[in-house]
Design a protein around this ligand. Structure first.
Ligand SMILES: *Cc1c(COP(=O)(O)O)cnc(C)c1O
Length: 378
């Protein structure tokens, strides 16, 4: 049977991974500054993680959500402590799109309204409501109803207020730092202004932290750089370090009724075990702090290169925008230096390494990057 093509593929086949490294089927070793698309948070094949999932699987791997599951309570408790969001409620699901889909649905239930404000260059997933508010017409099918989507310029407080004034907006959704759109950090004060406006016009403020969350930005959630309290926070990518799990943090005032949300696989025993191990390692190895430290180091050194590119980001979520396509830079890094990087559009290199990246590994990248730029300039 043929596979349905979805992405253009790199010609490498990873068969083994450990920490910040990946090995391909020919035994070649790569430094992973892509983190499997911002998913690998604590590093590949972390022993604590492997042991937790394996021992859980030998006990019980799955049971449905109609019975007690103490692992969900343990996860909620730990997540509250590590994130500083103890007073929220946790809904567990399996992916980022699903987290946003449920957050949007919840916002609509509690407000009785149906318009959703989102922003240009934003990405919120590929399911129906999530894709309808994503700024990419190419991935929206006719069945993905867009009549409820209001997509505004990023950082535009005035346009947001104008749209909210109609009184039909259920939620404003915004990425803590725009990821796929090319690493765009919100302007100082933007999130605080959104919080005030959504309170005034009775809409929910949803922070999409699916890529920027879980320590990637150097804070547990990237919105925590601002003094703001979202009504809902969605998360997924780094949450399970590769094991599929997503979630929505929900303000305590939002009261559920049975059937409001639901899921078959969400919050299963294995997924919870994975997510608990991730939080344990984040805490034990101070990975949020490391993300900030190594991220700052990378950004300082990149800025000091005075190259022909703009640097944006926070923590280990870094974008470098060039004026011309970066395909060749990325290919050289991969082929000649064994360094795997991410991309955004044609001109932006995106660094999304495991949060355990060391200064020494950052230096390895910086030296290779300088060499590649020099060789291409010749
Ligand atoms: C990846 C991503 C999603 C979608 O997550 P999936 O798990 O692929 O459904 C949504 N929002 C943001 C910001 C993302 O980066």
């Amino acid at each position: 049977m043929k596979l349905f093509d979805v992405y253009p593929l790199f010609d490498i086949t990873p068969v083994k991974a450990e920490g910040c490294h990946v090995w391909d089927s020919e035994g070649k070793k790569y430094l992973d500054l892509y983190g499997g698309h911002a998913v690998i948070s604590i590093g590949h094949s972390h022993p604590t993680y492997v042991e937790k999932i394996s021992s859980q699987l030998s006990q019980i791997g799955f049971y449905s959500n109609s019975v007690q599951n103490p692992l969900q309570k343990e996860l909620a408790e730990k997540l509250g402590v590590v994130s500083g969001c103890e007073d929220y409620q946790l809904f567990l699901c399996n992916s980022g799109a699903e987290a946003n889909e449920n957050a949007i649905k919840l916002a609509s239930f509690i407000t009785g309204k149906k318009k959703i404000i989102s922003y240009k260059k934003g990405f919120h997933g590929r399911t129906s409501a999530a894709v309808s508010i994503t700024d990419n017409p190419k991935i929206i099918a006719p069945v993905n109803e867009t009549s409820n989507a209001v997509i505004l310029p990023f950082n535009d407080i005035q346009a947001t207020e104008e749209a909210l004034k109609n009184g039909d907006v259920a939620a404003v959704i915004v990425e803590g730092i725009q990821g796929i759109g090319g690493i765009h950090v919100p302007d100082e004060g933007f999130l605080v202004a959104l919080k005030k406006l959504t309170e005034k016009y009775v809409a929910a403020l949803i922070l999409d932290e699916i890529q920027s969350g879980y320590g990637r930005s150097g804070k547990f959630f990237s919105y925590q750089y601002s003094d703001v309290k979202p009504d809902m926070i969605t998360m997924a990518k780094g949450m399970g370090n590769g094991f599929p799990i997503g979630g929505v943090l929900i303000q305590p005032e939002i009261e559920p009724w049975f059937g409001m949300l639901g899921t078959t696989f969400g919050g299963n025993h294995l997924a919870c075990a994975a997510a608990i191990a991730v939080l344990d390692v984040i805490q034990q190895e101070k990975l949020v702090e490391n993300s900030q430290k190594v991220g700052n180091y990378l950004m300082e050194k990149l800025a000091a290169m005075n190259g022909d590119f703009e640097i944006r980001g926070k923590g280990l979520m870094i974008g470098m925008e060039f004026k011309t396509p970066i395909k060749e830079i990325r290919q050289k890094l991969l082929n000649e230096y064994g360094i795997f990087t991410g991309v955004s559009g044609q001109n932006i290199i995106r660094l999304l390494p495991p949060l355990s990246l060391s200064i020494k590994q950052a230096d390895e990248f910086l030296n290779a990057f300088a060499d590649v730029l020099k060789s291409l300039a010749e």
